[in-house]
Design a binder for this molecule. Structure first.
Ligand code: SAM
Length: 280
C-alpha cells in the first residue's frame, strides 16, 4: 500500500439507536478530512448530534461511479475519507460497493469499521439456524421477477435473510408461502428502536392473519430443511459405515454425504444420533 495516499474508512451508522455509535466511529469521523455520504442532510443531522464539524459530499446510488473518481483523486492527494450510508453498513443494500471496487483497484487502503447492521441483528435473535445463512437483501419489487428469485432459492438449505418494505411485506409473505410451503419465519421490526418487536411465526400462520406491518422490517426465513423421513436412511447409514471403514473421519464422512445427498450436515448429524438411540 502507498503510504502517501489517504485511507478510505467505511463507517456504519445507527439503524435506529444513536447509542450504537462506537467511540471508534466518533474518533474516525473526527479524524478524516471529509465525509462522503448517501444523503448529506441525514449525515449532517448525525454529525450535529455528535458535535462533529466536517465537510460532507453527496454520493448515492445514482452518482456513485462518477463520485468514485473524485474520491480516488482526493485519496491520491493523501486525504483520509469516510463513507457513510443512511443507516447500517454501507454497501449492504445501500451504496458503497462501487466505491470499494474502484478504490481497491488503486492501491489505496480501505478500513471497514464494525457497527450496526439490520441483517445480523435480526438473525442472532431469530431462533433460526445461525451456523450458515444467506443474506438476500431486497427481493425484486416486480412481482414476476420476485417469483423467479424465490424459485431460485427454493432448495437453499440454510437460513435466508430478506429486507422488506412494510407496504410490500404481505405480498412477499404470500409469495414465499405459495412457492416454498410452510416454514418457520421470524419478523424483526424496528430493531434497536422503542417499538422493537420479534414475531416468531410460520409462513402459514402469518399469511392467514393478514396483519398490518409498520416500520422497518427484516424477514429471517428457515431454509429448506428436508425431513429425515424423506430419505432412505438405511442406505445413507450403509454409505456412512463404508466411509468410516475406509478410515474417513466421522466429520469428513458427514460432509461427503451432505454433498452427495444434498442434506444439511447438521441434519445428517442429528439423523445419526437419533438412529443410534433407536438401535440401543
Ligand atoms: N445498510 C443497512 C444495513 O446495514 O442493514 C440496510 C439499508 S436498506 C436501504 C434498509 C432496510 O434495512 C429496511 O427496509 C429494512 O428492511 C432494514 N432495516 C434497516 N434498519 C432497520 C431496523 N431498525 N429494523 C428493522 N429493519 C431495518
Amino acid at each position: 500500500m502507498n503510504q502517501n495516499k489517504g485511507i478510505l474508512y467505511l463507517v456504519p451508522s445507527p439503524i435506529g439507536n444513536l447509542n450504537d455509535i462506537s467511540k471508534r466511529i466518533i474518533d474516525t469521523l473526527n479524524s478524516v478530512d471529509c465525509i462522503f455520504c448517501e444523503d448529506t442532510r441525514n449525515t449532517q443531522k448525525l454529525l450535529n448530534l455528535l458535535n462533529i464539524k466536517k465537510n460532507t459530499i453527496s454520493c448515492h446510488e445514482h452518482n456513485e461511479k462518477e463520485m468514485s473518481f473524485k474520491l480516488i483523486s482526493l485519496l491520491n492527494e493523501g486525504k483520509d475519507i469516510a463513507y457513510m450510508s443512511d443507516a447500517g453498513y454501507p454497501a449492504i443494500s445501500d451504496p458503497g460497493e462501487i466505491l470499494v471496487k474502484e478504490v481497491s483497484k488503486n492501491n489505496i487502503k480501505i478500513v471497514p469499521l464494525s457497527g450496526p447492521t439490520a441483517s445480523l441483528t435480526a438473525l442472532i435473535a431469530s431462533s433460526l439456524d445461525t451456523s450458515h445463512f444467506l443474506f438476500y437483501g431486497f427481493l425484486n419489487s416486480k412481482h414476476s421477477e420476485r417469483i423467479k428469485e424465490i424459485k431460485e432459492i427454493k432448495d437453499f438449505p440454510y437460513t435466508i435473510i430478506f429486507y422488506e418494505a412494510p407496504h410490500r411485506i404481505n405480498e412477499t409473505l404470500l409469495d414465499l408461502y405459495e412457492l416454498l410451503g410452510d416454514r418457520k419465519i421470524t419478523i424483526a421490526r424496528e430493531l434497536s428502536k422503542i417499538h422493537e418487536e420479534f414475531i416468531y411465526t410460520s409462513l402459514k400462520e402469518i399469511t392467514s392473519l393478514n396483519k398490518e406491518f409498520k416500520g422497518e422490517l427484516v424477514l429471517v426465513l428457515e431454509g429448506n430443511t428436508i425431513k429425515k423421513d424423506n430419505y432412505d436412511l438405511s442406505l445413507i447409514i450403509e454409505k456412512y459405515n463404508e466411509l468410516i471403514k475406509n478410515n474417513i473421519s466421522k466429520k469428513d464422512a458427514i460432509i461427503s454425504l451432505s454433498i452427495i445427498y444434498k442434506i444439511n450436515k447438521n441434519i445428517l448429524k442429528k439423523m445419526f444420533i437419533n438412529n443410534k438411540k433407536e438401535e440401543n
